[in-house]
Design a protein around this ligand. Structure first.
Ligand code: SAJ
Length: 424
């Protein structure tokens, strides 16, 4: 049996690869010829540990092929973007265009799974969209029209750990009908060793959004504590470490804001669906979105009284540690706004996981792309935006005499030593 995976991005490609390495014939479909060519050459167009081995293995065994046109298959997995729009609702046009590709191939009996993170009702929307194009089909075999099985199976893997979590995470499978849920469960059991829990489609959609909102709300709590602590002259890292010794307290870590394409987005889908009722979820989003501004103010005031030649070290641009993913990264927003706000000062930007500066920072007179060590050496003020291992491994002597703004607590203990020695 053959599975078509529509969308070969951060989710679609790992899913295609893991199905293929488990012996399923997989056709990957993508609108980008570059992506298709890369996959057919056994290559991965982005960084994700272990994905390369899976893709090259599956391609060389002939189990995985990529193409730009949707083929006939027994099962379709749709993993396309659902970006959020100006009004913070989700843009379903990529799902619709995937559906237009699939609809003419259907004969009845196929399984269609939406994996993209979706606002409540999106799976039903996709099903109706297809049935509009194919009125000869149905969801339940009614009026003797052949049934297609439509389900939602949200992806919950953590970037950087995708190939492990695809196998070990529990999965939620929501069917438009119970038969669709069962059929999707069978497909995922090919590679998923976690529990596969079945429900209806809209509950599955909400479950995914709620998981990410839960994390967003908890990060907002940590971020609020960091702002309060600064005002009260308390070390927030020590505060959280101590409070977390309580058996029922587990506070997350503050940071420069929340990045990535999921946690900073998904809660808005809930707010859009129930604006009056989503008060805490909305406020958490606002707290996290306001954190970059606060960090910028901290960095600006660190230069008060410093000579005009004093430079700024910016450590890390990715949206979190040890990955190369810059999407929705608060670090980029902070760095580019500081470059605007400090036109006369040099920003020594280090991001060990990428080769060149992103467009927001490229070709700026006062921004230079350098190594972590060089960035620190050149600068008076050191602003840590990402706790990459390569940043944490820096020798403490490099930081001596620098003004340190560590938004991630990476140099926690050393920071106090440095400040202590300066005061002494
Ligand atoms: N962050 C903090 N403090 C923390 C934890 C995270 O500031 O204590 C920040 C990170 O630096 C980053 C952002 O939050 O900027 C999000 O990072 P993350 O590691 O929490 O999550 P993502 O976006 O990489 O992946 C999340 C995961 N969801 C949950 O943990 C509930 C993942 O399982 C989902 O599959 C993924 O979203 C997704 O695709 O939805």
């Amino acid at each position: 049996n053959r599975v078509a995976v529509i969308g070969l991005g951060y989710i679609g490609l790992p899913t295609a690869a893991i199905l293929a390495t488990n012996g399923i014939e997989v056709i990957g479909v993508d609108v980008s010829q570059r992506t298709v060519d890369a996959v057919n050459a056994g290559q991965v167009p982005f960084v994700e540990p272990d994905l390369g081995v899976h893709v090259s293995g599956a391609v060389s065994q002939g189990h995985l092929k990529a193409t730009t046109s949707t083929p006939q298959a027994e099962a379709y997995i749709v993993a396309v973007p659902t970006p959020f729009q100006e009004d913070r609702s989700a843009d379903l046009s990529y799902i619709e265009s995937a559906a237009r590709g699939i609809a003419p191939q259907l004969q009845g009996g196929e399984l269609l799974i939406l994996e993209s993170t979706s606002p409540p009702g999106a799976t039903e929307h996709m099903a109706n969209y297809i049935l509009n194009l194919r009125p000869d089909l149905s969801l339940d075999g009614s009026d003797s029209r052949p049934a297609i099985l439509v389900a939602h199976c949200p992806e919950r893997v953590l970037p950087g750990r995708v190939m492990i979590e695809l196998v070990t995470n529990d999965r939620i499978v929501g069917g438009m009908t119970p038969e669709a849920a069962e059929s999707a469960k069978n497909l995922y059991s090919v590679f998923c060793q976690g529990e596969i829990l079945t429900t209806d489609a809209v509950t599955a959609e909400m479950a995914k959004l709620v998981e990410n909102s839960y994390r967003d709300v908890n990060i907002a709590f940590a971020n609020e504590l960091s702002v309060i602590s600064e005002k009260l002259g308390i070390d927030v890292w020590e505060l959280i470490r101590l409070a977390n010794h309580h058996p029922r307290v587990n506070i997350l870590q503050p940071g420069p804001g929340v990045g990535g394409h999921c946690i900073a987005v998904d809660p808005w889908f809930i707010v859009a669906a129930a604006p009056e009722e989503s008060r805490l979820i909305r406020t958490a989003r606002e707290v996290n979105d306001s954190k970059p501004e606060w960090v910028i103010e901290q960095a600006m005031s660190a230069f008060a009284g410093l000579p005009e030649s004093a430079e700024l070290s910016v450590l890390g641009l990715a949206f979190k540690a040890n990955i190369d993913d810059l999407r929705e990264s608060p670090a980029i927003e902070i760095a580019s706004r500081l470059a605007d706000a400090l036109p006369e000062r040099r920003l020594n930007v280090a991001e060990p996981h990428i080769e060149t500066l992103p467009r927001q920072l490229a070709n700026r007179r006062n921004v230079e792309f350098v190594s972590v060590e060089e960035s620190i050496q050149r600068s008076h003020v050191v602003l840590v935006l990402v706790d990459h291992d390569a940043v944490k491994e820096v020798g403490p002597e490099l930081l001596d005499g620098k003004v340190l703004i560590d938004t991630r607590g990476s140099f926690d203990v050393r920071a106090r030593e440095v400040l202590g020695s300066r005061e002494g």
